[in-house]
Design a protein around this ligand. Structure first.
Ligand code: NAD
Ligand code: TYD
Length: 334
């Protein structure tokens, strides 16, 4: 039996990871530890709420005492950290919470891992490499973050490396490319475009829309995290993505095509400051452990569109609350 603390488990990737792990490892106990910020949502875990192998603890990763109680109460042996502030545009508007949660919160979890002798896995991002003009990022490349979000995630990665070298905490890091799939908060571009298109609202494309991202299906990413957690070597970093990039405008056109909506819904708006025009990952290190993504971009997008079409109960609630104020602030002046 293993007892895992999944921090940030009520968010998009976290809730998909919990579901994935319950299927893959029937003898594990998973404790979701989550502050339930605007992005955390127990609706994401509604279908497994009565599973006896799962428990939920509401708490902040910056609160050392609460983290330690959760570890003691549930006899935790492993931390998988997904808790973070995650949206680049919000980090540009107000970086404060990003530094607190993504950097200081990671430090608190590392201290707990050191104190209790725990295995630690960090769910990191490809954004720490910065804008990749040519070629693809390898795990040994330098970090060149260009947004407050990316910088705070890079700070976390560096702390994790330090805890491995200095205190021998058994750590691994995965650096994932952009995820898409069920339960993604509709501030991120793909669910934003899908839900706007369903309602015949404009799709705000930043700048020329020629930026590139490696959009991967969330469950492929979860499989990569699971593999690095179980077979990764302590102290190592593993990139997770499809290794193929898509131009944002093409993604927008495909969303509209899948929903049978006109391309006239595409509206170019002012670009994001410091916009990274391209991310690209070399994923050969994780492939060497036997991992490969099961979905192409097109398959991943089709499944994602389908899910949002079938699950209006989930996203309409979100889009009618505080989200409206965020949307106005973010897009009105553009
Ligand atoms: P998300 O915003 O959907 O969820 C984040 C979760 O963390 C929420 O449930 C939130 O309530 C929780 N949280 C935030 N601050 C907290 C705190 N102080 N204490 C406890 N819980 C807190 O994010 P996501 O897209 O699921 O991303 C999860 C992780 O994966 C993040 O670390 C992110 O950096 C990383 N990542 C995301 C992507 C992506 O495409 N979404 C890609 C690569 C890596
Ligand atoms: P996003 O989902 O915010 O992820 P990332 O962290 O990679 O920036 O944005 C993905 C891409 O889509 C990025 O190039 C910015 C672009 N984008 C838009 O064109 N319009 C939007 O409204 C948003 C949110 C993003």
């Amino acid at each position: 039996m293993r007892n895992l603390l999944i921090t940030g488990g009520a968010g998009f990737i976290g809730s998909n990871l919990v579901r994935y792990m319950l299927r893959k490892h029937p003898d594990y106990h998973l404790v979701v530890y989550d502050k339930l910020t605007y992005a955390g949502n127990l609706d994401n875990l509604r279908d497994i709420a009565s599973d006896r192998r799962y428990a939920f603890v509401k708490g902040d990763i910056c609160d050392a005492e609460a983290v330690e109680s959760a570890i003691r109460d549930h006899k935790i042996d492993t931390i998988v950290n997904l808790a973070a502030e995650t949206h680049v545009d919000r980090s540009i508007m107000d970086p404060d919470a990003f530094i607190k949660t993504d950097v200081y919160g990671t430090y608190v979890l590392l201290e707990a891992a050191k104190k209790f002798g725990l295995r630690y896995h960090q769910v990191g991002t490809d954004e720490v490499y910065g804008w990749v003009e040519k070629g693809s990022s390898r795990e040994t490349d330098g970090l060149m973050p260009r947004s407050p979000y990316a910088a705070s995630k890079a700070g976390a990665d560096l702390l994790i490396h330090a805890y491995f070298v200095t205190y021998q905490v058994p750590v691994t890091i995965t650096r994932g490319a952009n995820n898409i799939g069920p339960y993604q908060y509709p501030e991120k571009v793909v669910p934003l475009f899908i839900t706007n298109a369903i309602d015949n609202l404009p799709l705000p494309v930043y700048g020329d829309g020629r930026q590139m991202r490696d959009y991967q299906y969330v469950l492929d990413h979860c499989e990569g995290i699971d593999l690095a957690l179980h077979q990764g070597k302590p102290g190592e970093v593993y990139n997770v993505g499809t290794g193929r990039e898509t131009v944002n405008l093409e993604m927008a056109r495909l969303v509209l095509k899948l929903l049978n909506k006109p391309e006239s819904l595409i509206q170019h708006v002012a670009d994001r400051p410091g916009h990274d025009r391209r991310y690209s990952l070399d994923v050969s290190k994780l492939s060497g452990l036997g991992w490969e993504p099961a979905h192409t971009f097109e398959e991943a997008l089709e499944k994602t569109v389908q899910w949002y079409v079938e699950n209006e109960w989930w996203w309409r609630k979100i889009k009618s609350g505080d989200y409206k104020e965020y949307y106005r602030k973010q897009y009105a002046g553009r």
